[in-house]
Design a protein around this ligand. Structure first.
Ligand code: GDP
Length: 177
């Protein structure tokens, strides 16, 4: 641990899940920018990065986990979810199947995840509106029904990415403090 770690008030783990190709890796690298440090845990086949942020005067180190492509084999195990306080459930607005599969991901999350985990539904690739297959209202409606937060993002154009992460992290902070 470096000196900065010791000055942190909290360390949060959050995970990203969703079908392959929806933009999970790009969302993480966009959010973390130059602070992104990709580590990996080959034993369980995941990658994660860190970002230090200030929320309500507290210094928080967010450890964000990426599936590193494991979702293609439906090989995400319970260790991926263990200890996570937040989850970003991501679909691609241009591929309807990725939205339909959100139900399966949510089921898995509720089976393996923490009970009071903060979950945010993220509709990514909002820049591709000409190929949109899932209306914003539909995503929003699903999120409301399941009591999730909702945000449309574009990792490519850097739209709402920071806001989505900050909303999740702030909510986690408010729950545990
Ligand atoms: P992952 O498999 O969920 O981690 O998805 P990736 O982050 O690897 O992204 C899959 C593909 O979608 C890549 O070709 C990205 O460049 C592209 N992509 C990711 N986010 C966006 C976005 O917001 N808009 C557009 N147009 N493309 C995106």
């Amino acid at each position: 641990a470096d000196a900065f770690d010791e000055e942190c008030d909290y360390l949060f783990k959050a995970v990203l899940i969703g079908d392959s190709g929806v933009g999970k890796t790009n969302l993480i690298s966009r959010f973390a920018k130059d602070e992104f440090r990709l580590d990996s845990k080959p034993t369980i086949g995941v990658e994660f990065g860190y970002k230090n942020i200030k929320v309500r005067d507290k210094l928080i180190k967010a450890q964000i986990w990426d599936t590193a492509g494991q979702e293609r084999f439906r090989a995400i195990t319970s260790s991926y979810y263990r200890g996570a306080l937040g989850a970003m459930l991501v679909y691609d607005i241009t591929r309807r199947t990725t939205f339909i599969n959100i139900e399966k991901w949510l089921y898995e999350l509720r089976e393996f995840g923490n009970e009071d985990m903060v979950i945010i539904l993220v509709a990514n690739k909002s820049d591709l509106s000409q190929s949109r297959q899932v209306e914003k209202e539909e995503g929003k409606g699903f999120a409301e029904k399941e009591s999730l937060c909702f945000m449309e993002t574009s990792a490519l154009h850097n739209l709402n990415v920071e806001d989505a992460f900050l909303e999740m992290i702030t909510k986690i902070h408010d729950i545990i403090s």
